[in-house]
Design a protein around this ligand. Structure first.
Ligand code: HPA
Ligand code: ZN
Length: 324
């Protein structure tokens, strides 16, 4: 089974590039930029990466991203993740990045996007991994701030496919970003959003109806509402589920209690993803392997999950054909 999973061509649809920042590379870049980080060893980092909720994690995640300064730093971060994709038979990936995490520290939008997109271009040529970018707005900041980010993105519109919504969910409902999503759609960006990770089903409804999203990031709490499940299926939307993220952030107590199998049985369109692999204990293949084991998923269910990852990607229909 492990070999079957490792060999299966797959796409990753829910990945934060800042969350792929492995401790070793973080140490290297921190040293290069002469920035102190509050850890002396990998062991100390492992100790710090024990979270009791989303906010716990986010505090550490933003701190880690603080060592990224130059275009080369963003290039190295991204290329390192794409090398892991190649090693796992991930043929295509849709990478989220958080511009505000960097622009708020005085790093320009241009530095971030140029470093990331150059790594993507090189990986397509050298590693045969394709990718596209999802610019994510931070929901703990204001809608006005998201509008500024949208404005900054426009000279680089050709490099960005979609917009997303991440960071602290509770208390920051999708409705807060209705106008900026409307404006983003007008600019040609495809809308997605994190919803129903810690927030309730009504946040998922808002993401569907107000933000007009084309894919749901996490979406676990959709299961609270039978009408919502029906609606998600009717609209043929997929959920980008992240099992090891869910256990690391205590969204789910134990992998054996993960609702993924139930989601499949209900007829929801599910994909498996790593979210922030450097922080949650596993790349995408590890997410498949541990979930398969915990829920006793069949080979045909694993195959369906991998197939869904291409089917619900934002690749052109022509490119999807290669994998479906
Ligand atoms: N949820 C919300 N925001 C995030 C996450 C997540 O899982 N990862 C990185 N930013
Ligand atoms: Zn996420």
């Amino acid at each position: 089974m492990i070999e079957f999973i490792n060999n299966l061509p797959k796409a990753e649809l829910h990945l934060h590039i800042e969350g792929s920042f492995e401790p070793e590379l973080m140490f290297k870049i921190a040293q290069r930029n002469n920035i102190k980080i509050p850890y002396k060893s990998i062991k100390e980092i492992e100790e710090a990466y024990k979270f009791s909720c989303l906010q716990d994690f986010l505090d550490i995640y933003y701190q880690g991203a603080g060592v990224l300064i130059t275009e080369q730093d963003f290039y190295d971060l991204t290329y390192s993740y794409l090398q892991k994709c190649a090693a796992q038979n991930v043929k295509h990936t849709e990478i989220m990045f958080d511009p505000q995490t960097h622009t708020h520290r005085g790093i320009t939008f241009e530095t971030v996007i140029k470093g990331i997109s150059k790594a993507c271009k090189d990986a397509e040529e050298n590693l045969n991994v394709s990718s596209l970018l999802i610019m994510s707005y931070l929901r703990h900041l204001s809608e006005e701030d998201a509008f500024k980010t949208l404005e900054q993105s426009l000279p680089f519109k050709h490099l960005i496919t979609a917009v997303g919504l991440d960071s602290s969910e509770k208390g920051n409902p999708p409705s807060k970003f209705k106008n900026v999503f409307e404006a983003s759609i007008k600019q040609g960006y495809i809308p997605v959003a994190h919803a129903g990770e810690e927030g309730d089903a009504d946040y998922v409804w808002e993401a569907l109806d107000l933000l007009k999203i084309k894919r749901i990031d996490h979406g676990n709490n959709s299961l609270q509402d039978a009408n919502l499940i029906k609606e998600i299926i009717k609209r043929n939307l997929a959920l980008t589920v992240c099992p090891l993220s869910n256990t690391a952030l205590k969204v789910v107590d134990n992998l054996k209690d993960h609702p993924l199998k139930k989601m499949l049985e209900l007829g929801l369109n599910i994909t498996i993803n790593s979210d922030d692999p450097a922080y949650f204990g596993g790349q995408v293949n590890q997410n498949y392997i541990e979930t398969q084991k915990a829920l006793n998923l069949s080979k045909s269910q694993i195959y369906l999950l991998a197939k869904n990852s291409f089917k619900y990607s934002f690749l052109s229909e022509e490119k999807k054909e290669i994998y479906l």
